[in-house]
Design a protein around this ligand. Structure first.
Ligand code: SF4
Length: 290
């Protein structure tokens, strides 16, 4: 039995009703894509930069939200978090960020914002803006930490350091009203269980509010696909093997850490391996039994 709450439970308590994220592609890029640090992106990431299929990037932020709100209202959901998901959502001049963020926040149904970014793209200026938003809206920064092992970050083409991750968390802690959700990948090439647990222990010490766990999975059109097909990379073919380690990671975090995600997800048509990645709830069911 885990001591932590899932994000669904947490938000229901916090807002008094179900709250869902609506994913947005606001047209940003990444320093690993635009040539600043590299051109190919992280080895596991395809050209859509983590954008789900439901998001239509040619639409404006407002239009994407309107579509998402309409779709989810039919399912009885009336409050939403604007989730700036695709690419690096603090990687632009602050004036651009401000315009895009506030375009999302003008909807009365939007109760908060979740900004997904890289640790090396957090700075004083964008934190000034995000802290300002946090005065009026529930605010999260989702940080792609992935691992606290330098070799692993190099291996997957992250092009930021462990120190960048620690520094970003320290800088966010100095601000008020911003929750930190750490993204981790379990099963990175070259990492064993001890390495993964060391990542959990380290981010616990740094201080995080929530976690999104992902297993290493392979989607089409990535460098990882090539490596997997060449036999250079292994994945958890058996979901139970991943669930066992994911549960241990959660047990190493504090009881107050909110679980935002138990596993990665990719639809069948984009997926190479492992096949269970297209079942969104399999790991949650294995860990929680529901
Ligand atoms: S994982 Fe994130 S930082 Fe890396 S290329 Fe994809 S969107 Fe950019």
């Amino acid at each position: 039995m885990l001591s932590q709450k899932t994000v669904g439970e947490y938000w229901k308590e916090k807002f008094g009703e179900k709250v869902y994220r609506i994913s947005i592609d606001a047209g940003f890029t990444c320093p690993t894509r635009d040539g600043t640090k590299g051109r190919n992106g992280c080895i596991f990431c395809d050209e859509r930069g983590s954008r789900p299929h439901s998001v239509e990037p040619s639409l404006s932020v407002s239009e994407q939200l309107k579509t998402g709100i309409k779709r989810l209202k039919k399912r009885g959901i009336n409050r939403f978090i604007a989730y700036f998901q695709a690419y690096t959502n603090t990687y632009a001049p602050v004036s651009t960020l401000k315009k895009k963020y506030y375009e999302a926040l003008k909807f009365p149904e939007i109760v908060g914002i979740s900004i997904s970014t890289r640790p090396d793209c957090i700075d004083g200026e964008n934190l000034d803006l995000i802290e300002e938003i946090g005065k009026d809206y529930y605010t999260i920064i989702e940080l792609g930490i992935q691992s606290v092992h330098e070799d692993s970050l190099d291996r997957i083409g992250r092009m930021h350091t462990v120190e960048d991750s620690q520094e970003a968390i320290k800088m966010i802690h100095e601000r008020r009203n911003i929750e930190i959700v750490a993204h981790l990948i379990i099963g990175l090439p070259g990492e064993n269980e001890d390495d993964i647990i060391e990542t959990a222990d380290t981010i616990k010490d740094w201080g995080i509010d929530g976690v999104k766990l992902h297993h290493l999975y392979v989607v089409k059109g990535t460098v990882l696909e090539k490596e997997y097909k060449e036999g250079k990379v292994k994945v958890f073919e058996d979901p139970a093997g991943y669930a066992t380690i994911a549960k241990k990671v959660l047990e190493h975090l504090t009881p107050s850490t909110i679980i935002h995600r138990f596993q990665g997800y990719a639809p069948k048509e984009e997926l190479v391996a492992p096949s269970w990645t297209s079942n969104r709830f399999i790991i949650r069911q294995l860990i929680l039994g529901r």
